[in-house]
Design a protein around this ligand. Structure first.
Ligand SMILES: [Zn+2]
Length: 414
């Protein structure tokens, strides 16, 4: 796969948003998008990435530099130096736009502000009983965001919006949570509207597994990969699917909810109302509960991870069996979507080989032999920051369209 053909993953609905723009603006958008996808490009690379002529690129780049949204970098240590003459690599001005992001887990709120390059410039995580305190959680997220903008002295007009990742299925048809049985106190709450009202910024909601898929694609283990599946193994289990560079949300936003694939027909009743779902076997809570039942004493997830670190045989066996079950579900996704890469994140991924070895073995056993050769299974690179970075990435995918509207404040230098 050629890195030059790489496209940043976008949600399937984002491409159709926005008002019609004129040809010059469209050229500016193409250049800005090429720079966002590549991080840094010479003018010659922009010609091949955008399909625009050298003359057009020269004009547009001068225009974008004068507008303060593109800059020339002196740093040419990325292979662009040719015959002693620097290729003058171009990049987005990082401070030209920002994205705010909130990750709402079950027990924490994480807030970040990222610049136009996707680099987090401020980040904070706070422990809070999210499941039972929607109003306090949203108040806290909003106040942390205000603190971030103050601390970094970021003008509010440069913030493109707030991405809100949440540990709950999100129905994209009406931007609501499917919280029944999952985050019951959040039923009827509209987190994006609530945060928008509190901050005055446009807000957009995304499920945490989909946010993780975006983040690992943009900034993590799946950079330069157009076909990937991200699996999040946390209190909830879910997957984000990227095919041909597009994040696939399905007709209602519920694609990839693999936590509710049935793996044990006679298993436990799941919080979704079905029986024997993957989540009832392979979430850290389910594994801890299995040990608690066997040992006839309370075991929480913190103890589970301590036991794993200490090499406890029972804890390892329980995680291995979970890995085997997760592998069967991933095998179904590999068969359906033929990814190049499967990225596994969420807190259970920190269990390492006791999880990954049986998971890889189980996938190999349940897919066609050729499919087994065609993909790799790796741990995520972004850890517990994946959801918040993906929520920021969701907002930043709009940056080229917004920055293309910036007009020069002074004549371009000769
Ligand atoms: Zn279920």
């Amino acid at each position: 796969m050629a890195a030059g053909k790489r496209r940043s993953p976008r949600t399937t609905s984002a491409a159709t948003e926005g008002a019609p723009i004129n040809l010059r603006d469209e050229g500016r958008v193409r250049v800005l998008r090429a720079l966002q996808d590549s991080g840094c490009s010479s003018r010659s690379e922009l010609i091949s990435r955008t399909g625009l002529s050298r003359a057009t690129i020269t004009t547009l780049v001068a225009d974008l530099i004068a507008s303060g949204v593109v800059e020339e970098r002196g740093d040419t240590n990325d292979g662009l130096r040719r015959a002693g003459r620097p290729a003058q690599p171009l990049a987005l001005v990082a401070s030209a736009a920002y994205a705010a992001a909130v990750d709402i887990g079950h027990q924490h709120v994480r807030v970040a502000v990222c610049d136009a390059s996707g680099t987090s410039v401020w980040e904070r995580v706070a422990a809070v009983d999210v499941d039972h305190t929607p109003t306090q959680t949203l108040d806290l997220a909003a106040s942390l965001l205000e603190e971030a903008l103050r601390a970094q002295d970021i003008p509010r007009e440069r913030v493109l919006g707030v991405g809100v990742g949440i540990a709950c299925p999100v129905e994209t048809t009406n931007d609501t949570l499917y919280a029944e049985g999952i985050m019951t106190d959040w039923v009827g709450v509209r987190p994006a509207d609530e945060l928008s009202r509190r901050t005055g910024l446009a807000a957009e909601l995304i499920n945490d597994a989909n946010a993780g898929a975006l983040a690992e694609s943009l900034y993590g283990a799946a950079r330069n990969c157009n076909h990937m599946i991200y699996v999040r193994l946390s209190a909830g289990i879910g997957a984000g699917i990227v095919t041909s560079g597009q994040l696939q949300l399905g007709g209602n936003g519920l694609a990839g909810e693999i936590g509710h694939l049935q793996v044990e027909p006679r298993g436990r009743v799941c919080r979704c109302g079905n029986r024997g779902c993957l989540e009832t076997l392979a979430s850290p809570v389910a594994i801890a509960n299995l040990l608690a039942h066997s040992w006839n004493r309370p075991v929480d997830t913190d103890e589970l991870f301590r036991l794993l670190e200490a090499g406890d045989h029972g804890a390892q066996r329980a995680v291995e069996d979970a890995g085997e079950a997760v592998g069967r579900c991933i095998a179904a996704m590999v068969t359906l979507f033929d990814p190049e890469l499967v990225v596994v994140g969420g807190e259970l991924a920190t269990a390492g080989e006791p999880l990954f070895e049986p998971m890889r073995r189980s996938i190999r056993r349940h897919v066609m032999p050729r499919s087994a050769e065609n993909h790799r299974v790796v741990a995520g690179e972004l850890g517990d920051r994946a959801a918040v970075l993906g929520a920021a990435g969701l907002v930043l995918t709009k940056a080229p369209d917004v920055l293309a509207q910036t007009r020069p404040t002074a004549p371009a230098l000769p």
